[in-house]
Structures are given as C-alpha cells and as structure tokens.
Design a protein around this ligand. Structure first.
Ligand SMILES: [Mn+2]
Length: 320
C-alpha cells in the first residue's frame, strides 16, 4: 500500500499551504515537520515505490538529495517552495512549483495552483512570512473588511511565532499538532473566534515579547545596541521576532541579540535597516559565523569571546 507524506515547514507559510491543499484534496497522510529552522525534512521519509510526497516551504537545495533518493525508489513528489532552489533536476515523477520572487511565499504559490480557491489561508500565511504588501493584495481580491484583515494578520503572526525555537521542545505546540487542530476549520475566522489554541499562542507571544523588552540592551549608543537573553525556551522562541521589532523601531541602529547557550551564546546581528550592510563582515570574524549583508549570525560564540565581539560590533557600526 502506498503512503502519502506531507512534508512542510512548521511555520505559518508551511502550515497554511498544507491547509489550502488538504481542504481541496482531503487525504490521510503522514505529517513530517519541525521547528522553522529544521529545513532538511525530506530525509526523514523512508519512501517506497508508489508513495507520494508533497513538500511545502522547504528549500529544494537542502532536500535535493533526499528527493532524488525517493524518486529513485519509485516515489512521486510535488514540490512547492519560494526559497533559493539550486539545480532542480527533470524527472517524470517530480513536479515542482518554485518561485523565488521576493514578494511570493509558498502559500501564494499554492494559491495559484488552486486557482485561488482557499485564498484566505494564503493571506494568513503571507502575513506570517512578513510579506505584508502581498498579504494585503490577496486580501483585496477577497474584498475582506479591514478589521478582518487585521485579525488574519494576528493569526499569521501567532502561527509563525509558534515555529521558533531550537527544538520542538521549546514550542507551545508541535507544528504537526497545530496543523491537525487548524485542519478542523475551513475558515480562519472560526479558528480565531472559537479555538483556545489561538488564545494560548496570542498570550504567549505577548508574554515572551514583554520579557525580552524588559531586558535593557547593554552597551549602547545611537548606532548600536546589544541585548543578551538568558538560556531559556522563551528566549529561543522570541529572539528572532524580537530582533525584527528592534530593527523596525530603531531603523538607524544595528542590533545584536545574544541568547545564552551553555558556555557561550547564539548570536544574531541585524545591520541598521537604513543601511543594511556589514553584518556578514562582522560575523565572519568569528568561527561559526556567517550570513548576509543585512542579517547574519554566529552559531556559537564562546563566553571568552564576548568582549571581542562587542568591541568588533561597535567598531563595525559606529564609524561612518
Ligand atoms: Mn515561507
């Protein structure tokens, strides 16, 4: 007997994309998902001939090897995504729907695939992926009243928030469980109005953010701020969203958010929004550092390197 596998990112975009598909094509399937940063998920599937894999919101590049292995064994695969894909091979059993345009998320790709039949979930997802303009454009096509659009935004942000953490133990809900709960609702408004899980996420998101905001950034001037969060699940859940908030609130300032981990820190650096340069340059000065010009990180900064990091951070962003 063949098995259906739904393999999806645990964030709002992955979950809502699957919601759209399964409302249109209901089927019992094995759910393979994880925290947002777990993107090599296809390798967890032990596919056999006749199995069907649906992959959502996971970079093809990070899963190419596992997809090819499944295809070699005689499985079929449908692949929807918006991240950098690398080389996508041609194979009679592989259908890909990949669009890396910056204003597109996976749920909007699925929306196209379904000719807009479950578009309201794509609105939720696009807000979750912080594609505010795209979300509003999709909402306009549905002629939704502004107050409802605001609620869909909050829902998208809460589902997205739930996916942040180092492992699923940090999360409030395993993304597979969250999908199962969501899948009982055809209309997101009913989930918002009647589902206790939504209130849990909304309150937890607010609490985590309050905790982070109560910690004063440490060495600070007009150009840069460092914030150190403790070794705790709430820190790991909120650090990314907290960094985004700081960046939006202080667009002229660079931010480093450090989360304590064992004998060191996990570091994320955001260059000033107004001048998104140099974050990669800074992080590459440290072992396990890397990233892009505007946003970069260091996987493990030993405690003994903290002083050097702060000095380099200030040097990077304090000069003209
Ligand atoms: Mn996405």
């Amino acid at each position: 007997m063949s098995t259906f596998y739904d393999i999806f990112n645990g964030d709002a975009d992955g979950i809502c994309a699957l919601q759209q598909l399964r409302l249109e094509e209901p089927r019992a399937s094995a759910l393979i998902t994880g925290v947002k940063r777990d993107i090599a998920l296809v390798e967890r599937v032990d596919a056999a001939a006749g199995d069907e894999l649906t992959v959502l919101d996971l970079s093809f590049k990070s899963n190419a090897h596992a997809v090819l292995r499944a295809l070699d064994r005689g499985a079929r695969c449908r692949y929807f995504d918006h991240h950098h894909a690398g080389d996508v091979p041609r194979h009679p059993n592989l259908r890909t729907f990949i669009d890396t345009a910056p204003d597109i998320c996976t749920s909007l790709i699925v929306d196209r695939y379904l000719s807009g039949r479950r578009r309201i979930w794509a609105v939720v997802a696009a807000f979750g992926d912080n594609l505010v303009k795209s979300a509003r454009r999709a909402a306009e096509l549905l002629q939704l009243p502004p107050a409802q659009v605001d609620r869909l935004r909050e829902l998208g942000e809460c589902i997205n928030y739930n996916a942040y953490g180092e492992t699923v133990d940090d999360l409030h809900y395993h993304p597979a469980d969250l999908f199962e709960t969501l899948s009982q609702y055809r209309d997101p408004q009913e989930f918002i109005d009647g589902e206790p899980v939504f209130d849990v996420l909304k309150n937890a998101y607010r609490d985590d953010l309050c905790r982070a905001e109560s910690l004063k950034p440490e060495p600070q001037n007009a150009r840069c701020a460092v914030c150190i969060l403790p070794d705790a699940a709430w820190s790991r859940r909120i650090s990314g969203l907290f960094s985004n908030r700081l960046a939006e609130e202080y667009p002229a300032r660079a931010h480093a958010v450090l989360v304590k981990k064992g004998a060191g820190y996990v570091v994320s650096v955001r260059a000033p929004v107004e001048r998104p340069l140099g974050a990669d340059e800074l992080c590459l000065k440290f072992d396990s550092g890397g990233g892009r010009k505007g946003a970069a990180g260091i996987n493990h900064l030993p405690e003994s390197e903290l002083g050097r990091f702060i000095a380099e951070f200030q040097r990077q962003f304090s000069s003209d």
